[in-house]
Design a protein around this ligand. Structure first.
Ligand code: ZN
Length: 326
């Protein structure tokens, strides 16, 4: 296929480097400790007095802007490293989906180092058509450096690739949106879970109306999501126990947008704490999205979708009188 003429200007940007974005703070123990707590990593390994190093996976964290978008420290560039994507948008390639994110590390970062990164537009693919639509794979590489008196030192890179495209099924005009949504909803099926040898028991259990939790045969630890090995004793031997199905809402989100068929919106999704101690993500039913509360008592039920192709455990709030926290 011949290249669009408007791509010439965009391709000319390949190789362009977008200037520095500085870190607000030097590498420091409090941020490392908090990051470790959030991620479930043992902070003691990184924060010993006089030997503070940053977990490698924190690399991108140091130069993040915080809650306010594009609020970077003085001296940082105001150039938009996503310039090529903006130009594609102007040609009707309005949609974007992230494809790859690959972080690579040069060395450990030590307390007191100050980082910055630059962004290079690494490549733009030939025009491609995927199930999502037609467009281009755009690859950006962020290079992280540490300021050093004897010359700055590269400490890692982040490759970030997106697919920027014109959607195969573009959004309908507003006046047609309701009927289009109804048609899509009638045709769309629920996503099927990816079932592996590790997870088959869970879905077979659901089909039989049983909520099963994986249990380590070595030490008895319950775990979810299912996996091949016990995180506590490293045993590969496991069986299952049937959960009571009683639990509480540990956390939740209500999905408003994008509206994806066949789901109703707003769509309340909760992290359920089962009374056995494990947690699982599930859709809530029988509750107004605005009425969901953390700590609310819920009970599992098994609902069948798409002519029985799929059986899902879902959770329904139980009457306040029966509630654990009522
Ligand atoms: Zn175990």
């Amino acid at each position: 296929m011949a290249e669009h003429e408007w791509m010439n200007d965009i391709r000319a940007l390949v190789g362009k480097e977008y200037g520095r974005v500085y870190a607000w703070d030097k590498v420091n123990a409090p941020m490392i400790r908090q990051w470790c707590e959030v991620m479930g990593v043992d902070a003691a390994r990184y924060t010993a007095e006089g030997a503070v190093t940053a977990p490698p996976a924190m690399l991108q964290v140091w130069c993040m802007e915080g809650l306010t978008a594009n609020n970077y420290p003085p001296g940082s560039t105001t150039d938009n490293p996503y310039e090529a994507l903006k130009l594609m948008e102007a040609q009707g390639l309005a949609s974007v989906v992230a494809v790859n994110s690959e972080l690579s590390f040069g060395r450990d970062l030590r307390e007191g180092e100050r980082l910055y990164y630059t962004t290079r537009l690494d490549s733009i693919s030939a025009e491609k058509t995927t199930a999502l639509g037609t467009g281009y794979f755009v690859t950006l590489v962020m290079t992280f450096c540490s300021e050093q008196p004897q010359g700055d030192e590269e400490v890692g890179q982040l490759l970030f690739r997106v697919f920027k495209f014109r959607a195969a099924n573009p959004a309908q005009p507003a006046d047609d949106k309701a009927s289009a949504a109804a048609r899509a909803s009638a045709a769309a099926k629920r996503p099927q879970p990816g079932i592996s040898d590790d997870t088959r028991f869970f879905w077979e259990g659901a089909r039989a109306g049983r909520l099963l939790i994986q249990r380590c045969k070595g030490c008895g630890l319950l775990r979810h999501p299912p996996g091949p090995v016990c995180s506590q004793c490293h045993s590969f031997e496991w069986d299952t126990v049937q959960a009571s199905g009683r639990g509480t809402v540990y956390s939740f989100v209500v999905m408003h947008y994008p509206e994806v068929a066949p789901f109703d919106h707003p769509n309340p999704i909760a992290l359920i704490a089962l009374e056995e101690g494990t947690r699982l993500v599930s859709q809530l039913v029988g509750v107004q999205p605005g009425q969901v509360r953390i700590g609310q008592a819920v009970q599992v039920e098994f609902n069948s979708f798409d002519d029985g192709e799929l059986v899902l455990p879902q959770f329904r709030p139980v009457a306040a009188a029966e509630g654990v926290n009522a």
